[in-house]
Design a protein around this ligand. Structure first.
Ligand code: SF4
Length: 351
């Protein structure tokens, strides 16, 4: 009989792992708590660095999961560990006897309104990276009315002790450069500024995108944190920052400010983790057993992790991580991990 693998989270990691595990011959059950599969990818318009359509990428992933049992609007209600499997009761009333569980619970976007000094939810012309992607998809947002001066603020809720997140979100510098170029394409007369602390553009062709933003589109990169945003009498925004290269304070009037909200550990994923008793680290992301050599294994037997459940990742990172997790689930269920003794000891310690 085929082993059952339960995958919790129907974003890119869950979809890719589902397709790989199904191809390896497992009976895959994929659950997603929202009404549709695709996670954040489903809400995005174009992907850096090449500008390919996010919806086309999603269609490709969805096209590969034929035969996988998918339940949307479904959450884990309770989990009991049995001898070698998990008895999982879902919110739709179905019970799954899972031989392995893969958590692909993704991430939440930082709530930009928590950084009051940037004025999100206070001033009309302040939006987030996610809002701007929605505009690119729908071509409509009342905050965008032929803006002549546009600013992007990097590291919103990332690398920020006060916001409770020390780590870099890895994707938002590249997203800012991509979105700045797209805004310049949509509004060629606009002046576009990016306010950054460091630019972290490490992937293949990312640097080319950055050079193109400067050379072909005239986007200005200003090294310095935005300290405060206020509204001018004419309704435009006044942004105060410090240019740390020129070592002088700066005041800029803008028609639109875009906040690059970073990645945070998923709150709903954390809840499932608590049911399973998967440990989390200080930063709120799940712990892995051996970060470097097998970063997709939780410290618990039969529980695996992939994608942004273990920290910020780009989409290609996420898909590669999902494939690696599928291989480790297969190794585990095929008995290639001869670690039963280790697990027994571990289980004794934990339960
Ligand atoms: S990727 Fe860039 S914008 Fe995002 S947290 Fe890291 S340094 Fe900040």
């Amino acid at each position: 009989m085929k082993n059952n693998v339960l995958i919790v989270g129907g974003g890119p990691a869950g979809l890719e792992a589902s397709s790989q595990l199904q191809r390896l011959g497992y009976n895959v059950i994929l659950i997603e708590r929202s009404a549709a599969l695709g996670g954040h990818l489903a809400k995005w318009d174009r992907l850096f660095p090449s500008g390919v359509s996010a919806q086309d990428a999603l269609k490709t992933l969805l096209g590969r999961i034929e035969g996988v049992k998918c339940f949307t609007d479904t959450e884990v209600q309770s989990i009991n560990r049995l001898d070698k499997s998990y008895n999982v009761i879902l919110s739709n009333g179905i019970t799954v006897l899972a031989d392995a569980v893969l958590m692909t619970t993704g991430f939440d976007l930082f709530e930009a309104s928590r950084k009051e000094e940037y004025g999100y939810g206070i001033y009309n012309q302040v939006m987030t990276n996610a809002d701007l992607e929605a505009y690119f998809r729908n071509h409509s947002d009342k905050r965008i009315d032929n803006p002549r001066r546009i600013g992007f603020v990097h590291c919103v809720g990332s690398r920020d002790e006060k916001a409770g997140c020390r780590s870099c979100s890895k994707v938002c510098c590249a997203t800012a450069v991509k979105q700045a170029i797209e805004m310049k394409q949509a509004f060629p007369e606009a002046d576009v500024f990016c306010f950054y602390m460091d630019l972290r553009l490490f992937g293949r062709h990312y640097e080319d995108m950055y050079l193109k933003a400067q050379k072909d589109y005239g986007i200005r990169f200003i090294r310095g944190r935005v300290a405060e945003v206020a509204e001018n009498a004419d309704g435009s925004l006044q942004v105060k920052a410090e240019d740390t290269v020129a070592s002088k304070p700066l005041k800029v009037s803008l028609d639109l400010l875009v906040l690059m909200a970073g990645m945070r550990p998923s709150v709903s994923g954390r809840r499932v983790g608590e049911l399973l008793e998967v440990p989390v680290e200080e930063d709120g992301y799940f712990s892995v057993r051996e970060g470097i050599v097998s970063g997709q294994r939780s410290p618990l037997p039969g529980i695996f992790l992939a994608g942004a459940a273990t920290g910020p990742k780009t989409l290609p990172d996420t898909l590669a991580d999902a494939r690696a997790a599928a291989v480790l689930v297969d190794d585990y269920l095929s008995g290639i991990f001869t670690e039963a003794k280790h697990y027994k000891n571990l289980v004794r310690e934990l339960w």
